[in-house]
Design a protein around this ligand. Structure first.
Ligand SMILES: *Cc1c(COP(=O)(O)O)cnc(C)c1O
Length: 407
C-alpha cells in the first residue's frame, strides 16, 4: 500500500496491474505478492506483510519451507509426472508413511481438497452399495449446516451458502443436513440408507466454529452403532493447524475416513488424499476412480516430506503453545472492539463489533498496517498464520489489530 497525497491508494492502482483477464470469482485484498519467506509476504513495491492467513492452512509450515523446497528442487531433477499408468518410486512410500501417520491402511492420492471430498463421497457411496448393502442409487450422506467442503457441483449441492449455490443447479441429490454441534439431530437424520456422516471437526469457513465437547464423540458412537462411515474433512483443520496432527484428536475421536489437503502440499502444489482402512478404500478397483495428476512423483515427494515434518511434532507443539498466546492476546481485546474469539491453536475466528465496520473493512485497515488476515461472513476475521510465526510477531500483529480497533 502506498499513501499518495494523503489518500489511501492500493498497490494495485499504484503499479497499474491490469487484472481484467482474471475471472472475477474472488475479491482479493489489494496486495500484490512478489515474494514470500516464512510468515512474511513482500509485495511488488517492497512492502512487507505478516501473513496471518497462510493460504487457508496450505502454508502451515511457512512460505518456502527450506526442507520442503529442497525436496521439490531435487524431485524436479529426477521425475515429476508419469500418471498412474505406471508406478513411480515415490508413490508407495508416500502412501505408506501417510497411512501410518493416520493409523490407517490405505491412501487414495488426489490433488485439490474438493477432489478429496468428491472422492470420499464416491468411496462412501460405493462402500454403502458393496458392503452395507444399500440399494443402488438410494444412498444418503448426512452433512452439517454451514459446512464448507469445496466448490464442485456436487459439493455446492449440499452447501447452505446461497452465493455459492445460486445459478449452478441442477444439484446432486443424496444429502441431508443437521445443525453442527447437535448430535441428536444427526441421530435423527440417519436412516437405513445413510452411508456416511461428513463433517469438518472444526468448521473453518463458517467462522472457526468449535463444536461442544460431546459432539464428535457422540457422532463417533452413532456412526459405529448405525454402520455409517464417519468422514472427517481435515483439509483445513488438520496437519498441525490446531495444535494436534488432526483436530479430531482434541476429542479423542478417530474417524473412518480422513480427507486431507491444503498443508499436505507443503505450500508448493495441490496435494490431497483420502485415507482409510482397507475395508473402506478397498471398495475401489481399477477403472472405478482416478486422476491423471493424483499421486504424481513431485506431489508424493513433497507429501512424504510433509509427513516427516509432522512426525517430529514441532509444528503441533508450536501451534499449541503459540496458539495459547494468540488466544490470550485476542481475548484481551474482548469489549474493546472484539465481541467473541473462537478456535484452537494458531487458528482463531474473531467477531468484530459491527460499529467498527465490516470485517472486510477491518482487514483492509490491517493490511495498511502490514498484517494480512481474511474476513469470513460479515463480521468475522480469521487469524491463521503460518506455524513458523514467533511470539513477538504475534504480539506485533495483535498490536496492529488493537490499533485498528481503537476508536
Ligand atoms: C479448502 C477446503 C476444501 C477445498 O479445498 P480446495 O483445495 O480449495 O479444493 C474442502 N474442505 C475444507 C474444510 C476446506 O477448508
Amino acid at each position: 500500500m502506498l499513501h499518495i497525497g494523503g489518500a489511501f491508494v492500493t498497490t494495485l492502482e499504484a503499479i497499474a496491474i491490469d487484472d481484467h483477464c482474471v475471472a472475477h470469482n474472488y475479491a482479493p485484498l489489494p496486495v500484490v505478492a512478489a515474494s514470500a519467506e516464512g510468515a512474511w509476504i513482500t509485495d511488488v513495491a517492497g512492502r512487507r506483510y505478516l501473513d496471518c492467513l497462510a493460504a487457508y492452512s496450505a502454508v502451515n509450515f511457512g512460505h518456502r519451507n527450506p526442507e520442503i523446497t529442497a525436496t521439490a528442487h531435487a524431485q524436479l531433477d529426477t521425475v515429476t509426472l508419469v500418471s498412474r499408468a505406471f508406478h513411480s518410486d515415490r508413490l508407495a512410500p508416500f502412501c505408506a508413511t501417510l497411512a501410518n501417520l493416520c493409523g490407517k491402511d490405505m491412501v487414495l492420492p488426489m490433488n485439490s481438497g474438493a477432489e478429496a471430498v468428491e472422492s470420499g463421497i464416491k468411496v462412501a457411496r460405493k462402500w454403502g452399495t458393496d458392503v452395507k448393502g444399500v440399494s443402488a442409487g438410494a444412498a444418503n450422506i448426512v452433512v452439517a449446516h454451514n459446512n464448507f467442503h469445496g466448490r464442485t457441483t456436487t459439493i455446492i449441492s449440499f452447501s447452505d451458502d446461497e452465493t455459492a449455490r445460486r445459478g449452478f443447479g441442477p444439484y446432486t441429490p443424496g444429502f441431508r443436513a443437521a445443525p453442527f454441534g447437535d448430535a441428536d439431530a444427526f441421530a435423527e437424520a440417519i436412516d437405513e440408507n445413510t452411508v456416511a456422516v461428513l463433517i469438518e471437526p472444526i468448521q473453518g469457513e463458517a467462522g472457526i466454529i468449535v463444536p461442544p465437547d460431546d459432539f464428535l464423540p457422540r457422532l463417533r458412537s452413532l456412526c459405529t452403532q448405525r454402520n455409517v462411515l464417519l468422514i472427517a474433512d481435515e483439509i483445513q483443520s488438520g496437519l498441525a493447524r490446531t495444535g494436534k496432527t488432526f483436530a479430531c484428536e482434541h476429542w479423542g475421536v478417530v474417524p473412518d475416513v480422513y480427507l486431507l489437503g491444503k498443508a499436505l502440499g507443503g505450500g508448493v502444489m495441490p496435494v490431497s488424499a483420502v485415507v482409510a482402512d482397507a475395508d473402506v478404500l478397498g471398495v475401489l478397483h481399477p477403472g472405478e476412480h482416478g486422476s491423471t495428476f493424483g499421486g504424481n512423483p513431485l506431489a508424493a515427494a513433497i507429501g512424504s516430506t510433509v509427513v516427516e515434518i509432522l512426525r517430529r511434532g514441532e509444528f503441533q507443539r508450536r501451534s499449541a503453545e503459540l496458539g495459547a498466546h494468540l488466544h490470550r492476546r485476542l481475548d484481551g481485546l474482548i469489549g474493546r472492539g472484539v465481541v467473541a474469539v473462537r478456535g484452537k491453536g494458531l487458528w482463531a475466528g474473531v467477531d468484530i463489533d459491527s460499529r467498527l465496520g465490516t470485517a472486510k473493512q477491518v482487514s483492509l485497515r490491517l493490511a495498511q498496517r502490514g498484517v494480512l488476515v481474511k474476513d469470513t461472513h460479515g463480521s468475522t476475521l480469521r487469524f491463521a498464520p503460518p506455524l513458523v510465526i514467533t511470539a513477538d510477531e504475534i504480539d506485533w500483529a495483535i498490536d496492529q489489530f488493537a490499533a485498528v480497533l481503537a476508536p
